[in-house]
Every structure is written in C-alpha cells, then in structure tokens.
Design a protein around this ligand. Structure first.
Ligand code: MN
Length: 232
C-alpha cells in the first residue's frame, strides 16, 4: 500500500503498570451529566435522555503526574476546564444491555474536557453544532489508564480539580446522572461501539476559565492525578 499523502498519526494512552498502550479510536463525551453542573449551565437537570458530542482522536494528549503543557487555543477568550472520569472500551458491540455494559470497559482514567466556552455557548444559542467549542487538538488531556481487571469498576469516589492549588471543582462520581453502564448501553443503541473508543462521562459543577501559566491538577480517587499547565 502506497499512501498518496502522509499517513495521519495515531493516538495512544499509557496503561498503568503495563508496557502496552491503549489505542484511541473515537472520543464520545456525555453532556450535562451532573445535576449541579446542568444548573450552572442554565439547564434543568431532570433525567432527560443523555446526549453526546465527540472529539477527534487528536484531542487526546497523554497527561499524568509529570506536568505537561497544552497550548492556549486560538479564537477564544474563555478557555474552561471540565474534570471528568474517562472510560476506555476494550470490547465493541451494539445494543449492549445495562447489565452487560461494564464487561466492555477496559479501564478508567482522569481526563479534562477543555472547552472554548465562548464558542460553545454562541453555537448552542444559535442552534449550531458545538465542534468549534469542544473538538480541537489537545483539548482532552488524559492520564494513564487503570485497567478494570486490576482496580475493578468505579461507581463512587471523589472527583476534583484545583487551579494553582486553589479549589475549583469537587464532587463524587456517584452523582453521575447517567452511570457508566447506562451511558455505554445508551450509546450502543445509536452507534456500534468499537475497542479503543473512549467515553468522557461529564463534569461536575465549578467549571471556570484558565489563563496562560495556570496549572491544573485533576484527581479521581483510585486513579493517577494529572498535572496540566496552560501554555501561551
Ligand atoms: Mn464535558
């Protein structure tokens, strides 16, 4: 096979305690999945069916305890952090039942759904797609994947984010409106899921802006923290 143009890069995540890497396929993101965050975004957090948007694989950048720097993206003056539990899938499938959904999970990680909030809200209010607000390169720093075979499945535990060691976001993943199993099951009715797919499960309340030089620390109990600096 001879490619007419250079082959696009592939994206991977480190796996805690392993030499293998996790190949990133698609990134599905759940919208407004904590009631207090839905309220701060001006929406009613009743249990309406979940909705999803996507990021390209190139949004994913490896993060971890060693600080990394992501660029301040262009065309925004309101660049927001969203700390999220990240689920990686080891097995694909469609019409997956809630009862069997967790069998499709490979592992869990801490991630950030970095958002150009001004562009997202402008699009939302005009009834346009969110892509320019959400789907850009290096908008999803994600820590090493901890395998479910080692740590089990996460249903409860602190999720938090500090900026320059100041408290910004703090909640518990038990407060997810749609659980990991429910999200996988729901998604699989609309799209056949594949190994390598990644689900970002939504952020709790306390989202806010970061500026160049800020250092974010994301934490979820039982997983590796991530340290992410905002560049120029
Ligand atoms: Mn999000």
């Amino acid at each position: 096979m001879k490619y007419a143009v250079p082959l696009p890069p592939s994206y991977t995540l480190l796996i805690a305690g392993s030499d293998e890497v996790f190949p990133v396929n698609r990134v599905f993101c759940v919208g407004r999945n904590y009631a207090a965050h839905a309220r701060e975004m001006g929406k009613d957090p009743d249990r309406e069916p979940p909705f999803f948007f996507m990021k390209p694989a190139c949004a994913v950048i490896q993060a971890g305890e060693k600080e990394i720097t992501i660029p301040y993206p262009p065309m925004t003056s309101n660049f927001h952090h969203e700390i999220e539990l990240v689920v990686t899938l080891g097995k694909g499938g469609k019409d997956i039942s809630i009862e069997q959904a967790l069998e499709h999970v490979y592992g869990y990680a801490v991630g950030l759904d970095m958002t150009r909030r001004d562009l997202q809200l402008d699009a939302r209010d005009k009834g346009r797609p969110w892509e320019f607000g959400k789907s850009f390169a290096q908008s999803a720093p994600i820590g090493p994947v901890h395998t479910a075979s080692k740590i089990g499945h996460l249903a409860t535990g602190t999720i938090s984010l500090t900026v320059n060691e100041q408290h910004r976001q703090s909640s518990d993943i038990a407060k997810l409106i749609w659980s990991v199993a429910e999200s996988i099951s729901y998604l699989s009715r609309y799209e056949t899921l594949e190994p390598g797919d990644v689900i970002m499960t939504g952020t709790p309340e306390g989202v806010g802006a970061v500026v160049a030089g800020d250092v974010m620390r994301g934490h979820i109990a039982g997983l590796s923290d991530i340290l992410v600096r905002v560049g120029q």
